[in-house]
Design a protein around this ligand. Structure first.
Ligand code: PRT
Length: 299
């Protein structure tokens, strides 16, 4: 039997974070078969196992040391940490790296007709929420008293059926609030997915696996946000063209065979490359402007 230590990572089985998490791990070169129904999926080319569970179970699994790492929304992470601390359970973890997906915010929303005049108008009201700890912390820090009723789903219908005055729920596009006649009045927490790890030091063999994985995760994220830009530019406009390139990378300038008047410029753009910039480049006499996605980056 192979007793080689394997790094265990918890990820959401199905839901809003599962596709992005799976795609991140695959782009890091992990070969995993998650099509089967097993709780634990083996990565065939690295000593890593993926535990596929509900999002809400991930922080606890990491805090208790059942999993070495987990990928979870900051909202679930903070709520669980506060709740466990309150119950005297282990609530420590390390937030290893913030990821660039799962963005949303936890907000207080009230019926459209509610006359919102600032935080004091929420004093003494009752809110339906899946996040009572985050709501309580916000209320405490802002000197207001709120009551809550705990709902695990369909939070947005609570005011309409008389269960609460307002809600405290996650928002991304705002469409659900609008469809339910609610308006956002306070953002109380901004969230993204994070990679977390146990607060106790990993054994050296596992740390070594993590040391290989982390630069890959950073590389995938950087690549996702970057573009490779290639264009032909008039030789006498190189400075103006370079100044238009987004990001901090120095452009590579190459001669073009048989052309004394043009050069090729290549650059990795680390910021959004807008159509407007392309139009400005065109008006400077540039042509063959290509903007390409980057798959991986290192260094
Ligand atoms: O796995 P488990 O069932 O325990 O977790 P879960 O019920 O939280 O799963 P899921 O898949 O709904 O959410 C997983 C994580 O995705 C959340 O914990 C957040 O970190 C993140 N996320 C990002 C969101 C949203 N955006 C989001 N919009 N989670 C939920 N929503 C819901 C929100 O609750 C509301 O019902 O979407 C609705 C609002 O969306 P908009 O676009 O209409 O504003």
């Amino acid at each position: 039997m192979n007793t080689e230590p394997r790094l265990r990572i918890a990820m959401q089985k199905t839901g809003r974070l599962s596709d992005d998490t799976q795609s991140l791990l695959k782009r890091c070169g992990l070969k995993l078969n998650v099509s089967d129904r097993r709780l634990l999926a083996h990565v065939s080319n690295m000593p890593i196992d993926i535990m596929r569970v509900r999002s809400s179970d991930i922080p606890g699994l990491v805090m208790d040391g059942v999993c070495d790492l987990g990928i979870v929304g900051d909202n679930t992470l903070q709520e669980t940490a506060l709740e466990r601390a309150l119950m005297g359970q282990k609530s420590e973890y390390i937030r290893t790296i913030g990821l660039n997906f799962g963005g949303c915010h936890l907000s207080i929303a009230m019926p459209e007709e509610f006359n919102y005049q600032g935080l004091q108008s929420l004093n003494g009201l009752r809110f339906a929420t899946t996040y009572p700890q985050l709501l309580n912390r916000f209320a405490r820090e802002n000197g207001i008293n709120v009551d809550f009723c705990l709902l695990k789903g369909s939070v947005e219908v609570a005011p309409r059926v008389g269960l609460s005055d307002g809600i405290c729920d996650l928002v991304s596009t705002g469409a659900t609030l609008e469809a339910n006649g609610l308006k956002e009045v306070e953002v109380i927490f901004k969230s993204k997915a994070s990679l977390i790890q146990t607060s106790t030091a990993l054994p050296p063999e596992k740390q070594k696996i993590l040391d290989t994985l982390l630069p890959r995760i950073k590389g995938v994220m950087k690549a996702k946000e970057s573009k490779y830009i290639m264009l032909h530019a008039p030789k006498d406009k190189v400075e103006e063209v370079s100044a238009l390139m987004p990001g901090k990378e120095t452009p590579t300038i190459l001669p073009l065979a048989g052309r004394d008047d043009l050069v090729a410029i290549h650059v990795v753009a680390t910021e959004t490359f807008f159509w407007e910039t392309m139009e400005q480049l065109k008006s400077l006499g540039c042509n063959s402007i290509l903007v390409m996605p980057i798959e991986k980056m290192m260094g």
